[in-house]
Design a binder for this molecule. Sequence first.
Ligand code: NAP
Length: 331
Amino acid sequence: MNQRIVLNSRPLGLPVAENFRFEAIEIPTVKEGEVLLKTVYVSVDPYLRGRMNDSKSYVPPFQLDQPIVSGVIAEVVKSRHPNFKVGEHVLAALAWQELQTSTGDGLNRVDDSMAPLSVFLGALGMTGMTAYFGLTTIGVPKPGETLVVSGAAGAVGTMVGQIGKILGCRVVGIAGTDQKVAMLKSKFGYDEAVNYKTTLDMKAAIAKACPNGVDIYFDNVGGGISDAVLANINKYARIPVCGAISLYNATETQIGPRVEPVLVKNSALIQGFIVTNYAAKFPEALSQLGKWFKEGKIHYTETIVEGFATIPQAFIDLFSGKNEGKMIVKI
Ligand code: NAP
């Protein structure tokens, strides 16, 4: 018995369970030069929402009736490949499928002596790298500067704040519950945090939390939250635009304040990026993050839900903030 999850229909607005279909399929036979992989941890990520639309982006859209693919940690359970042994764990972009074969292309062996396996989907994986490169190459923090992070209690946001602190910034987070606000300050070293769901005037709240203005705004969410932060930026502010989750399910074009005058007035830089732009430097980032991790300078939190059947709902729950830190499904 083997199961996979395919895209049943393209979501309109917030994804729903009916957009996904479970299928029972054969366990594939392992040919010479292949391995059989058993899925252990599945990463669910906001960017997958974009791939569910039939539109041009930096990665091709998912096809209807075809499996969804995301970051997966899998165990090699059969090997006819010279480079992979049974029992090893690998990280790769793989199908939402319990058992699948691979030729070995794109499989990265995971060194679980460094950290628990799941951490390679988060703090020491794609979202950790995203935080590292977005902040260091576009944000370019200097000691004493004020860094504001939206989506602060999520996978990327918890890492951005900690890296910002290591690099000497005053760090202010924005998140959607009081519990997350408390966690940012107690566990992740944030100096201040604001609950955007209970704050009526976000522009004033950011001004209060940032008495010296905002030098770097690491934007994970876009929309009204970002409008409020942009109203508080300093001269030469840098704005790495990492994500815009508040807009991913929008069915109509969203219009907000025009940003150009604010950027001109402050000689500010705003730049979108995709983590894979920095693929050539991933080993460098992993080495730096791993060092901070070993030194106890970086902490992580995960929301782990269990069971293959929970994958679609875990993904949907990202859009209502059910996760703290990285959202992961354990199979
Ligand atoms: P995450 O932050 O762990 O999870 C998503 C979080 O977004 C939720 O927990 C929720 O927290 C918040 N959220 C959901 N709907 C929102 C809304 N309407 N307004 C404000 N916040 C909302 O996810 P992640 O993997 O770390 O990704 C964070 C962002 O970075 C996403 O936009 C993602 O697309 C982007 N990203 C970009 C790259 C890249 O290469 N550029 C790579 C990875 C991720 P609250 O409780 O605080 O609402």
